[in-house]
Design a protein around this ligand. Structure first.
Ligand SMILES: [Zn+2]
Length: 489
């Protein structure tokens, strides 16, 4: 043990000079630990290779397209799923990777899990896992939607993850999706902090501030662990490395979810429209709540698909946070569900059974009902499908509101312009009402200065050089990561 050096190596395998697809390899020689922090795929690159409905033919193909790391170029073996490594198999093929930490349920941070070896421990939040699972269950199962039988290890804020003696404290942060975390990793070279994606202007911004307090005081480990002299000394020396997201470092808008609500209110208060088509990220619970509140307050019907209804129902059912019970698919009678044909998919069958069981079948609508529907209504959509186009009465006045969080960077391929163009011939105006899931430049800079790391690695940004400029002449040494190039500390 003594001859081992207390050094760590950080290799950015995805997310260097780009927004999305975060994958960071952290190796600690002292603890003999190798972990990955996030395992995302950059959604824009994925859709460049695969059109809607198209699927990868194999894991090898995904790797060949550089959507996920090539095993030959990293010191990790058996990273990917193959028939022999399935948990059900009698001949598991263990990996030398000690775990994957998943910060939050956006595909650019977790999508790659669909392809990983089922023996590798996956560390993520209780609700983070639930959202990933709900997503999986309300889609067709395919090679790219396979989040079954993963070796989940779930945590909550305040827990301590211990991997071969190395301690990690996960801590909640505010982002555009519930259950987003940052991590403090107590390596043999000192604390390494990973922010995940975060903001300081959202409804849960106090969570980001609590994370910052934890980074400054290390309360969780100090109150729960017996630390030896060396470990205590390392901690008092402060943060060694901060791996910080910088999606919005070059361009900010001063905004908030509150301002989204206020802006929407302006439309609803003086509303000349008969129906509104609304687009936002399905897992952006804050946005869903904001639109639903607005519909309820002004007596509009809020129409969603069976797939959406089942997804939200799954999350309502096991909600830990009170906020995730609102909106509520069973209780909110202004929410209507658009029924499509016979139940060809499992989620259709399930949501139909559930609604009938609770005597809520009157809240199902057929596409044909849209024409004769009384009163004003909102339709939630992610794209304009033919059924909807045929069923809407375009002699009525319509409006399109795009409220997706961060085009290209997260879940969705941004099709706002396509939808806008499709609606133009019908005289349907469009608005954009939006607040980012990512911190503004001043919030990022202040956050970093408060953390005061020795080294700063900007990630999840197209403008890492901004960090170098901003922190030149300060005590914080900025290292611009290059994809696949190990950085030693
Ligand atoms: Zn995100």
């Amino acid at each position: 043990m003594e001859q081992k050096t207390k050094s760590i190596r950080i290799t950015v395998l995805g997310g260097a000079d780009e927004v999305g697809g975060n994958i960071i390899l952290l190796e600690d020689e002292w603890y003999n630990v190798k972990i990955l922090i996030d395992f995302g795929i950059k959604i824009k690159n994925y859709y460049d290779k695969y059109d809607r409905g198209e699927l990868p033919s194999s894991i090898e193909e995904i790797v060949q397209y550089s959507l996920l790391p090539h095993e030959d170029r990293i010191p990790v073996h058996n990273l990917y799923l193959n028939k022999a490594s399935l948990v059900e198999s009698n001949h598991p093929n263990p990996s030398n990777l000690d775990g994957i930490l998943i910060s939050h349920p956006h595909k650019d941070h977790y999508f790659g899990l669909s392809f990983v070896n089922r023996t590798i421990p996956i560390y993520t939040g209780v609700v983070t896992k639930r959202i990933i699972r709900a997503f999986c269950k309300s889609e067709r199962s395919t090679i790219a939607n396979n989040f079954n039988n993963l070796n989940w290890h779930t945590f909550r804020t305040g827990d301590i993850i211990i991997i071969k003696g190395m301690k990690i404290t996960p801590f909640h942060v505010d982002h555009s999706v519930p259950a987003a975390y940052g991590f403090i990793i107590y390596t043999s070279a000192g604390p390494v902090v990973y922010t995940g994606d975060f903001r300081r202007h959202g409804p849960l911004s106090h969570m980001t501030e609590q994370f910052l307090q934890e980074i400054k005081a290390y309360n969780t480990v100090l109150t729960n662990c017996e630390l030896n002299g060396d470990q205590k000394k390392l901690i008092t020396e402060g943060v060694k490395v901060l791996i910080c997201e910088g999606t919005k470092i070059s361009k900010g808008i001063v905004e908030s979810e509150q301002s989204v609500e206020e802006n929407l209110e302006k439309i609803f208060m003086n509303n000349p429209f008969d129906f509104i088509l609304v687009k936002y990220d399905r897992i952006d619970w804050d946005r869903f709540r904001t639109f639903s509140h607005m519909a309820k307050k002004y007596g509009w019907k809020y129409i969603i698909t069976e797939k959406d209804a089942y997804f939200y129902y799954l999350l309502n059912k096991k909600a830990i946070y009170e906020t995730m019970r609102d909106p509520n698919i069973l209780k909110d009678d202004h929410i209507y569900i658009l029924k499509r044909g016979s139940a060809n998919y499992k989620w259709q069958e399930k949501i139909r059974q559930i609604m009938y069981r609770h005597n809520k079948e009157h809240r199902f609508l057929g596409y044909r009902d849209l024409r004769s529907l009384e009163g004003k209504f909102l339709v939630y959509l992610t794209r304009l499908d033919d059924g909807l186009m045929r069923s809407l009465d375009f002699t009525k006045r319509g409006l399109f509101i795009s409220s997706s969080i961060d085009p290209y960077s997260e879940e969705f391929f941004d099709n706002t312009n396509t939808i806008r163009k499709q609606l133009e011939p019908y005289g349907i105006p469009s608005y954009r009402v939006h607040a980012s899931g990512h911190a503004t430049p001043h919030d990022i800079i202040n956050f970093i200065e408060e953390v005061k790391p020795k080294f700063l690695i900007p990630i999840h940004t197209e403008h890492p050089e901004f960090f170098r400029k901003i922190f030149q002449g300060s005590d914080i040494q900025v290292i611009l990561p290059e994809k696949n190039q190990p950085i030693e500390f």
